[in-house]
Design a protein around this ligand. Structure first.
Ligand code: ZN
Length: 64
């Protein structure tokens, strides 16, 4: 019963970033028509913040 997306909790989905979003991995802005990964940036001591990464820049879960 856990055959599908149970491992993907870090990434909500692949989507398009709102204008002006910056990829936290490479520090470059994400173009509005560029597909990207939406995820949560957890800051210590504060609430997680939604962030967008280039699909190529998205960190692998196992690398944490
Ligand atoms: Zn990037």
């Amino acid at each position: 019963m856990t055959k599908t997306d149970t491992d993907g909790r870090q990434w909500e989905y692949t989507t398009y970033a709102p204008k002006g979003e910056t990829c936290p991995a490479c520090g470059k802005s994400i173009k509005s028509l560029e597909s990207c990964r939406r995820g949560m940036l957890s800051c210590r001591g504060s609430s997680p913040v939604v962030a967008y990464w280039h699909t190529a820049c998205a960190p692998k879960e196992e690398g944490r």
